[in-house]
Design a binder for this molecule. Structure first.
Ligand code: ATP
Length: 244
């Protein structure tokens, strides 16, 4: 059987006796963009945090690129893992006190096999070109718009060439036109780098643009699955709310 990018089985996680994820099962195929939809507070960020090992699940299995992530303990194993699995959190925060270029250089400088200076330069240039912001190198994040900050944060994550990307609300706080640009960028990067991605969003336009497949969390489990067209044409009143 072909190795999955991510395979999650029976994932459970609660806080203070309150069960949030009640048995989440899903596979992410290689090269696929999977959109996870769900109302606020349903546990979408908790799911991503379990996958990147920022929080420990109460129960269930998570395999990423064929590895049971429970077997990763040491700092260098976790660092190596987090280079393969990039994540862009809601804030997507850049380091405020660093220029764009310094922000981009930072993750590369920390690699165990640090690339030489020419290679670092090449990668910064390519990463900024990818997001159409080559001319912002010397700028500070505060001088750039929210949309530009988001693009740079994406470029900084991609500079480590992850095989999997996890996006947590990539378009939150952006106006509709900028949200659309970011969504198209996610699609372009998937194609260019053949990445597999989980995209958590409640921006339906983002889902429509980016999703190869969608799954919807309701009451701690996945209740619906299908393409954007499948789900948008279903008769379920609860589901319809998302598409209105
Ligand atoms: N570290 C934590 N300790 C205690 N409770 C937590 C912790 N992390 C998350 N929760 C709770 O788990 C629930 C789900 O949170 P989560 O951030 O995953 O929601 P979400 O689906 O991503 O929502 P949103 O769309 O608003 O970001 C919330 O009730 C939250 O308060």
């Amino acid at each position: 059987m072909e190795e999955k990018a991510i395979s999650v089985t029976g994932l459970k996680k609660g806080f203070d006796g309150n069960e949030i994820l009640k048995g989440i099962d899903f596979d992410l195929e290689k090269g696929e963009n999977l959109v996870v939809l769900g109302k606020s507070g349903v546990g979408k960020s908790v799911l991503i945090k379990c996958i990147v090992k920022l929080i420990e699940p109460d129960d269930g299995d998570i395999e990423v690129l064929g590895t049971d992530i429970r077997s990763l303990h040491k700092d260098d194993e976790l660092n190596e893992y987090r280079r393969k699995v990039g994540f862009l959190f809601q804030g997507g925060a850049l380091y405020d006190a660093m220029t764009v270029e310094e922000n981009m250089r930072f993750p590369l400088e920390r690699l165990p096999n640090k690339p030489d200076n020419d290679e670092i330069e090449k990668r910064i240039e390519e990463a900024l070109e990818n997001v159409g912001l080559e001319d912002t190198r010397k700028k500070m994040p505060a001088e750039l718009s929210g949309g530009m900050n988001k693009r740079i944060a994406l470029a900084r994550t991609l500079i480590l060439q992850p095989q999997i990307m996890l996006y947590d609300e990539p378009t939150t706080g952006l106006d509709p036109a900028t949200s659309k640009e970011i969504s198209h960028l996610i699609l372009e990067m998937q194609d260019k780098y053949k990445m597999s991605s989980v995209i958590i969003t409640h921006d339906m336009k983002c889902a429509e643009i980016t999703a190869n497949r969608m799954k919807v969390i309701k009451d701690g489990v996945f209740a619906f699955e299908g393409s954007y067209d499948d789900l948008s044409s279903k008769d379920d009143p609860w589901l319809k709310n998302f598409f209105e």
